[in-house]
Design a protein around this ligand. Structure first.
Ligand SMILES: Nc1ncnc2c1ncn2[C@@H]1O[C@H](COP(=O)(O)OP(=O)(O)OP(=O)(O)O)[C@@H](O)[C@H]1O
Ligand SMILES: [Mg+2]
Length: 325
C-alpha cells in the first residue's frame, strides 16, 4: 500500500474506532519501515500496537449507557425555603442573575459565573442548595452517579467523565457533583495511583472547558481532601456550617408559623437547647413533633412532645452536641 493510503487508512480506522483495521494498517506500516531498514521506528510502532488489545478490551467492556452516568431531576426546592446567611444568599442570587442575563454580559464580552462549590458538615444544605439553584434557573438538576462513572479498567473513569461532560455541555442544566473530594482528590496524596492522577487531570480539563451556560455545583464534607488545583477552578466558594443560634431561631419561627400555634416554648430558649444540631436534625425534630402531635390528638400537648423530642435528640447525639454555639 502506498504511504499516503496507509496514513489515510490509519486516520479512518481511528475516527471510526475500527480496532481491526487499525492493527492491520500499523502492521503494514511496520513492514514498510522494516523494508527501509528503519528498525528503531518499526520497533516503536510494534510496542505501541502490542498494547492495543487492552484498549480494545476497554472499548468492548464499556457498554454502560450514558444515562447510567447521572440521575436527572426536576428541581422542586426554592432558594427562599433555605435558611442561609445573607451574604451567601446574595452571592447565589448574583450568580443566578448573571445566568439569567448572560446575553447582556455577552454583549460586553463577559461571562456569567457558573462554578460553585459548597463545603460543610453533613445535613446543612449542600444538596438542597444545588437543587434550589437549578429551581431558580428553571433547568434540570443532573447529578453525577459514581456507580456509573467509576470504571474498573484503566482509563475508563476518565473516559466516562468525558461522556458525561459532553452530554451536559449540550444543554442548560445544573451539574451536581456530590462528594467532590472523591474525584477531586489531593494529587499529593501518598496513596494515589496513576489512575487517580489521570481522573483528576481529566476532571480539571473538563471543568475548564465547561460552557458558562452549564452551572457546576460541587459539594464536599472534606474540604481538606480537595485538590488545590480543583479548588481554584471554582469562582464561588460557599461554607455551609451547622446553623447558628440565630439561624435556628429563624428556622423554628418558620416551624411555629407552619404549625399555626405555639410550641409551648420560647423560641429563643428552644433554639439554645438545640445547639449542635444540623439543619437535617432540625428537620427530623420538627417532623417527629408533627407526627406525635397528630397521633396524640385530641389531648396532645406540644410542650410535652417538644420536651420528649429534645431528650431523644440529646441522648442520640450525646453530651457533645448540646455544648457550644
Ligand atoms: N440551610 C437550610 N435551610 C433549611 N433547611 C435545610 C438547610 N440545609 C439543610 N436543610 C434541610 O436538611 C436536610 C438535609 O440537607 P442536605 O441534604 O441539603 O444536606 P447536605 O449538606 O447535602 O448533607 P450531606 O453532606 O449528608 O449530603 C434537607 O432535607 C433540607 O431540607
Ligand atoms: Mg448532600
Amino acid at each position: 500500500m502506498a504511504r499516503s493510503d496507509l496514513v489515510l487508512s490509519l486516520i479512518e480506522a481511528g475516527v471510526k474506532g475500527d480496532q481491526a483495521r487499525l492493527r492491520r494498517t500499523v502492521e503494514a506500516l511496520i513492514a514498510d519501515e522494516r523494508a527501509k531498514q528503519h528498525n528503531a521506528l518499526a520497533d516503536r510502532l510494534d510496542r505501541v500496537i502490542s498494547k492495543q488489545p487492552e484498549a480494545a478490551a476497554n472499548v468492548i467492556a464499556d457498554q454502560i449507557s450514558s444515562t447510567d452516568l447521572f440521575s436527572a431531576k426536576t428541581p422542586e426546592r426554592q432558594l427562599s425555603e433555605l435558611v442561609l446567611p445573607s451574604p451567601i444568599t446574595k452571592l447565589v442570587r448574583q450568580m443566578i442573575e448573571e445566568q439569567h442575563r448572560s446575553e447582556l454580559l455577552k454583549a460586553y464580552n463577559l461571562k456569567p459565573r457558573h462554578r460553585l462549590i459548597a463545603v460543610g458538615p453533613p445535613g446543612n444544605g449542600k444538596t438542597s442548595l444545588a437543587e434550589a439553584i437549578a429551581y431558580e434557573l428553571m433547568v434540570p438538576l443532573i447529578t453525577l452517579s459514581y456507580e456509573g462513572i467509576i470504571g474498573s479498567y484503566l482509563g475508563q473513569t476518565a473516559q466516562r467523565l468525558g461522556r458525561l461532560f459532553s452530554f451536559v455541555r449540550q444543554r442548560s442544566c445544573v451539574l451536581f457533583i456530590d462528594e467532590f473530594d472523591a474525584l477531586g482528590k489531593e494529587r499529593g496524596d501518598l496513596h494515589e495511583t496513576g489512575e487517580i492522577k489521570r481522573v483528576v487531570n481529566s476532571l480539571l480539563l473538563q471543568i475548564d472547558s465547561l460552557p458558562s451556560h452549564v452551572v457546576l455545583v460541587a459539594a464536599s464534607n472534606h474540604e481538606e481532601l480537595l485538590d488545590r488545583a480543583a479548588w481554584r477552578r471554582f469562582e464561588i466558594k460557599i461554607d455551609l456550617p451547622k446553623p447558628t443560634v440565630k439561624q435556628r431561631i429563624q428556622w423554628l419561627s418558620r416551624l411555629k408559623k407552619s404549625l399555626k400555634q405555639s410550641l409551648g416554648y420560647d423560641i429563643e430558649k428552644l433554639a439554645r437547647k438545640l445547639a449542635g444540631a444540623s439543619f437535617s436534625d432540625l428537620e427530623q425534630f420538627s417532623l417527629n413533633i408533627r407526627r406525635r402531635y397528630v397521633l396524640e390528638q385530641p389531648q396532645s400537648s406540644l410542650r410535652k412532645i417538644v420536651n420528649s423530642e429534645l431528650s431523644t435528640l440529646r441522648s442520640r447525639k450525646g453530651r457533645s452536641s448540646t455544648s457550644g454555639q
